[in-house]
Write a protein that binds this ligand. Structure first.
Ligand code: NDP
Ligand code: GDR
Length: 366
């Protein structure tokens, strides 16, 4: 049996790690593109990595960058992948307002570079392409819930760049008959989520506050509504999209919506922290109530986290994916919050031990 070969850009990110694990379990040979950094940046996939000198190694990493065509062409030519999952991106919406040009280069021109490489290398009949498109393209929503036919109205340089990525994928499919798909994925989280996205920021901060390692969690817009799923479920949908007879675009979402405030409340509940809420807008606060009835502020608003333009509400309709791909999310919102808070509490406990007794305390527990 011929082993399938996949190439994942962004393999060191949240989705890249879950997808690599998923594809290796399916027997794939997996190649990933990583960026050169001054520190190790493969933490999320280190458990999958094997000595490349071993004969049964199936995971290989290559240095490359979405802003560098030469590296992308070289890797695609060398790897000759059956499937490319383009997950690499400057993926932070707020940061995209600070680095709009770089975001366009990596998130818009990046997918074009890969599609052109596939075409110029004559791989358009062999290589299937997945583009990590996003619900941020809906931005100022034109319809609730959002589905594949809902008009787009992006509200950030990130959303605008991703919209180019979306359309260039459609265009290469229609122009050159390539098997190229967009997954329009709504927010998905996990214990591997980057620490500056709101869910992980909340679970990490509340865990640290519980153990006295941090005083307060400062947030921006707590009224913002999101459709949050688990990354593990969502990478399965990415794979399914490339296994169909014809390439199409799909919304991947749970169809359930919560506010940022709801997420804080759910995480506090998991950590058995009693919060009392007060005020609204920039004056909104949550007090932690202790067993003796004492109170202190542990959640507050810092306007620095407001965005120049906000996406207030996102809610996806995954009916098409359910019907055509047989895909459904398996992990509930409550299970997601539980897994994230538990993982962050363990990390906070380790930090607490080191803070109190130094690294020698860790050795003492071995
Ligand atoms: P992450 O931010 O966790 O990972 C992004 C990955 O892209 C990292 O491996 C990062 O490398 C890499 N990367 C960034 N810039 C470049 C570049 N110029 N060249 C090469 N690699 C680069 O994102 P997620 O895993 O959460 O998301 C995966 C993709 O899905 C992204 O494209 C994102 O925009 C999109 N998406 C995500 C959603 C979500 O809710 N998570 C929802 C919808 C879409 P490094 O580790 O070195 O930083
Ligand atoms: P988002 O995710 O912008 O939806 O993009 P993020 O978690 O950053 O924000 C979600 C909502 O929470 C509000 N918010 C805060 N956000 C952050 N990061 N930090 C805060 O302190 C804070 N306070 C409130 C935000 O304003 C926003 O409304 C994610 C990324 O993974 C994208 O790559 C992906 O395309 C989309 O999800 C779908």
């Amino acid at each position: 049996m011929n082993q399938k070969v996949a190439l994942i850009t962004g393999i060191t990110g949240q989705d890249g790690a879950y997808l690599a694990e998923f594809l290796l379990d399916k027997g794939y040979i997996v190649h990933g593109i990583r960026r050169r950094a001054s520190l190790f940046n493969t933490d999320r996939i280190d458990h999958l990595y094997q000595d490349p000198h071993l004969p049964d190694t199936r995971l290989f990493l290559h240095y490359g960058d979405m802003t560098d065509s030469s590296s992308l062409v070289r890797i695609i030519q060398q790897v000759q992948p059956d499937e490319i999952y383009n997950l690499a991106a400057q993926s932070h919406v707020h940061v995209s307002f600070e680095e709009p040009e770089y975001t366009a280069n990596s998130d818009a021109v990046g997918p074009l570079r890969i599609l052109e490489a596939i075409r110029l290398l004559g791989l358009q009949k062999k290589t299937r392409f997945y583009q990590a498109s996003t619900s941020e393209m809906y931005g100022q929503v034109q319809e609730i819930p959002q589905k594949e036919t809902t008009p787009f109205y992006p509200r950030s340089p990130y959303g605008v760049a991703k919209l180019y990525g979306y359309w260039i994928t459609v265009n290469y499919r229609e122009s050159y008959g390539m098997y190229a798909c967009n997954g329009i994925l709504f927010n998905h989280e996990s214990p591997l989520r980057g620490e500056t996205f709101v869910t992980r920021k909340i679970t990490r901060a509340l865990s640290r506050i519980k153990l006295g390692l941090q005083n307060c969690l400062y947030l921006g817009n707590m009224d913002s509504l999101r459709d949050w799923g688990h990354a593990k479920d969502y990478v399965e949908a990415q794979w399914l999209m490339l296994q169909q007879d014809t390439p199409e675009d799909y919304v991947i979402a749970t169809g359930v919506q919560y506010s940022v405030r709801d997420f804080v409340k759910a995480a506090a509940k998991e950590l058995e922290m009693t919060l009392r809420w007060e005020g609204s807008g920039v004056d909104e606060k949550a007090y932690l109530v202790d067993t003796a009835g004492g109170e202190r502020v542990v959640v507050a608003v810092d306007p620095r986290y407001f965005r120049p333009a906000e996406v207030e509400t996102l809610l996806g309709d995954p009916s098409k994916a359910k019907k055509q791909l047989g895909w459904e999310p398996k992990i509930s919102f409550e299970e997601l919050v539980r897994e994230m808070t538990r993982e962050d509490l363990v990390t906070a406990q380790r930090d607490e031990l080191v803070k109190g007794h130094g690294y020698k305390a860790l050795n003492a527990h071995e």
